[in-house]
Design a protein around this ligand. Structure first.
Ligand SMILES: Nc1nc2c(c(=O)[nH]1)N=C([C@H](O)[C@H](O)COP(=O)(O)OP(=O)(O)OP(=O)(O)O)CN2
Ligand SMILES: [Zn+2]
Length: 145
């Protein structure tokens, strides 16, 4: 697993947890500006997900590391991202670009956190698509889900 230091989000939470993971997925970007990326091709994505909170659950966890991995890895690993219902070939905001995938990862994680009584928050998703390209998604202030 790639080890690296990520740009850190600002927050006042007592606890900050980070989960790293890889997933292999194919995609294509249905726009002429994407050049060769209009053709189906694959990446081994690398994600770092940052979660903050002040309270722990009954297990003493802010969130079980395994649960975060399951949410994302199970859904996207060995998939064609364009076929996932989070993405669309019709609206450019929802093409499976690195930007849109980072935002989708945040939404999936935060939707799960919203079901937990102790209310942890997903503060940042760092998503690397290639050795030279990555995106960071941070929710706007006040965004709950
Ligand atoms: N802002 C974005 N630009 C591009 C995206 C994207 O999701 N957001 N995606 C692509 C392609 O899908 C491609 O897979 C990645 O592009 P790129 O970083 O150019 O890939 P390379 O490995 O060829 O980069 P080099 O640094 O030239 O080796 C394109 N743009
Ligand atoms: Zn690509």
């Amino acid at each position: 697993m790639l080890q690296q230091i990520y740009p850190a989000p600002h927050h006042d939470y007592e606890f900050e947890l980070n989960k790293d993971m890889h997933f292999a997925a194919a995609h294509y970007i249905p726009h002429e500006d994407a050049g060769d990326c209009q053709n189906v091709h694959g990446h081994t994505y690398f994600a770092n997900i940052t979660i903050g909170g002040n309270e722990l659950d009954d297990s003493g966890f802010l969130i079980n590391f395994k649960h975060i991995k399951t949410l994302i890895h199970k859904r996207f690993d060995h998939s064609l991202l364009n076929k996932d219902n989070r993405f669309s070939d019709k609206e450019s905001m929802n093409f499976p670009t690195t930007e849109a995938v980072a935002k989708a990862v945040w939404e999936i994680v935060q939707e799960h956190l919203d079901t937990l009584e102790h209310q942890p928050r997903c503060l940042q998703v760092f998503l690397r698509e290639t050795p030279t390209s990555y995106v960071i998604y941070r929710p706007k202030k006040g965004r709950v889900s």
